[in-house]
Design a protein around this ligand. Structure first.
Ligand code: ADP
Length: 566
């Protein structure tokens, strides 16, 4: 850490006293940088006093140098360096060279390694990080001056060295110092660069963290993050509100396992092992699970989704659980269903009466024009009744079937025969590939509606000249939907408009109609397939569709022959 770059001390670390060099004030750092030299000189003074006390008396410069180091140490600790331009504190290492010179010159004969003292200011200048090149050059010049000073012409050492022929002795020392200074400077600069990169990475991660925090807190969706040990790591404001709703009456705090959670019906309590967070902590990921939280008037419906998190070794590391309040949506769906059921019911009674009276009227001997008008009125009244019946069916509980022994082959044949005229009128060909008999336990009315609906769609959505095939076959135990029991498979295939994959995905949604059909104004409500799917599922079966735009569609219905309960 360079001296020139103070950083602030995080409060926690300061409290624990774990400060590192860079976290001291500039004055502290200057003093600390001076201390190795000060302590080394103190050691030398002790060694000289014990082993060569004559140095102190014979060489008055020695004590002068020691005094200089002491004075510089005091200055290092006293001067408010932080208030001065950073480079000013270089005065201390530079003056250190001046103080070291007499110490080294006086004690070099008594003690080895005196010249090493100049390594301290050399290092200091090199790692200070202010002007790296100038620092290295000054270190070299300073250490060279110290080393060669005793050998300068006119000094006693010069005379001595002439006698001993050892003028060459200090030649390499400044270069070794230079090498050390370069190494220290390179190391410091690379550490500074690393620190800057780390600082930038830290800043960017802090910014991202703040952004994430803002997004999470602003979100209306409750977010809960739990670590692998089940401890809450994050709970946003929306989730804190939801948590509060779920607390038992009279409580204003409590753990997750105390919350009042119910299944979507709002009354069946969710068993401990099935609770959303418990499930998520077992590593189960799920989407859009509807639950109710709280009781009475305060109860809310939530759509819950969970996603597991994994560490680098792919071990489970916690989970993110998201709670979306769907109370308004649930209320709206319930209100819509109630409205549709009530309105359809209210429409049906007068319509049935209108159709009945038109029937009676048509039995009379009528003027041809009047008969034509009445016929048109009856057709339209019947269409209206069909529409209302569809609406009522969609609102009614389609999951209830009344099963009885049914010959499915006959049921499908009847439906096919009853649309024959209609098919011909539409310019289509209809082929039926049916066995003579196929007995099943099914609801004849609802299965009849399934077949009628698929056939009527095939006719409506196939342009003139196309063909429709209806087939029924029995699937053995292995070929069944779940690999067990025997199944009936009804296939209705047409060469009609077909649909895209995206349209296929929405086909069984209430009121959904493809764009092409809507634009072509082909009559329909978009309820038929949703109702059909409800009926098939109520039989314990499934309905599949494969379709290609402008090529045709194939609807496949499979139901178990032994009825839904088997
Ligand atoms: P409806 O026929 O009253 O519109 P359905 O629920 O029966 O309602 O069908 C929903 C939509 O699915 C239709 O409007 C049509 O766009 C599409 N569809 C259904 N059957 C076919 C088919 N055989 N070929 C092409 N499109 C179809």
């Amino acid at each position: 850490m360079s001296l020139a770059t103070p950083t602030t001390l995080p409060p926690a670390e300061a409290a624990e006293g774990r400060r590192h060099f860079g976290q001291f004030s500039l004055r502290g750092r200057v003093l600390l940088s001076q201390m190795p030299l000060t302590l080394s000189v103190a050691l030398i003074v002790v060694a000289v006093a014990v082993f060569h006390p004559h140095i102190m008396t014979d060489h008055p410069y020695f004590l002068g140098g020691v005094g200089g180091v002491a004075l510089l140490t005091v200055l290092a600790g006293v001067v408010p360096w932080g208030r001065l331009p950073p480079v000013v504190y270089w005065v201390i290492p530079l003056l250190d060279f001046v103080a070291i010179a007499p110490i080294w010159a006086s004690a070099r004969h008594g003690l080895d390694g005196m010249v090493m003292l100049s390594a301290f200011p050399v290092f200091w200048l090199a790692w200070s990080g202010i002007y790296p090149v100038i620092g290295v050059i000054l270190g070299f010049v300073g250490s060279a001056a110290v080393t060669w000073w005793p050998y300068l012409p006119g000094t006693p050492a010069f005379a001595e060295s002439l006698i001993d022929y050892d003028l060459h002795r200090p030649v390499v020392v400044p270069f070794i110092m230079l090498a050390l200074a370069v190494a220290a400077s390179v190391l410091t600069r690379s550490m500074d660069r690393q620190r800057r990169d780390l600082g930038a990475a830290l800043d960017s991660s802090k910014t991202q963290n703040r952004l994430l925090q803002a997004v999470v807190e602003t979100s209306d969706v409750g977010i809960l993050v739990v670590d692998g040990d089940g401890h809450d790591v994050l709970m946003n404001q929306a989730q804190r509100r939801t948590h509060f709703i779920g607390l038992p009456p009279g409580r204003d705090d409590g753990a997750e396992h105390e919350l009042l959670l119910f299944e979507a019906d709002g009354v069946t309590p969710i068993p401990a092992e099935d609770r959303p967070v418990t499930q998520a902590l077992q590593g189960h990921d799920y989407r859009g699970r509807i639950i109710a939280i709280g009781t009475d008037g305060a109860q809310q419906h939530l759509s819950v989704s969970a996603s597991s998190m994994y560490d680098e070794e792919d071990n489970f590391d916690g989970t993110v659980v998201v709670f979306q309040n769907v109370t308004d949506l649930m209320d709206a769906i319930q209100t819509r269903d109630r409205f549709v059921a009530e309105v359809s019911h209210e429409f049906r009674t007068p319509l049935t009466s209108i159709i009945g009276y038109l029937d009676v009227a048509l039995e009379e001997d009528l003027d041809p024009i009047v008969r034509k008008f009445l016929n048109t009125s009856q057709r339209n009244a019947e269409r209206l009744l069909g529409l209302v019946t569809s609406l009522l069916d969609s609102a009614a509980n389609s999951s209830k079937v009344t099963v009885q022994e049914v010959n499915l082959a006959r049921l499908v044949r009847n439906s096919a025969e009853s649309v024959e005229v209609q098919t011909k009128k539409a310019g289509l060909s209809l082929q039926a590939d049916l066995p003579d008999r196929m007995d099943a336990k099914a609801d004849p009315v609802k299965m009849g509606q399934v077949v009628d609906n698929l056939l009527s769609n095939a006719i409506k959505y196939t342009p003139s000249g196309g063909s429709i095939t209806v087939s029924l076959r029995q699937l053995g135990g292995v070929g069944g939907v779940d690999g067990g029991g025997e199944w009936a498979e009804l296939v209705v295939r047409d060469t009609g408009f077909g649909m895209t994959a995206a349209e296929r995905g929405k086909l069984f949604t209430n009121f959904y109609r493809t764009e092409h059909v809507r634009k072509a104004a082909i009559p329909g409500t978009g309820l038929g397939l949703a109702i059909t799917q409800g009926f098939v599922r109520a039989h314990g079966g499934e309905i599949l569709v494969s379709s290609e735009k402008d090529v045709g569609s194939t609807f496949t219905v499979r139901i178990p022959l032994c009825g839904p309960d088997a």
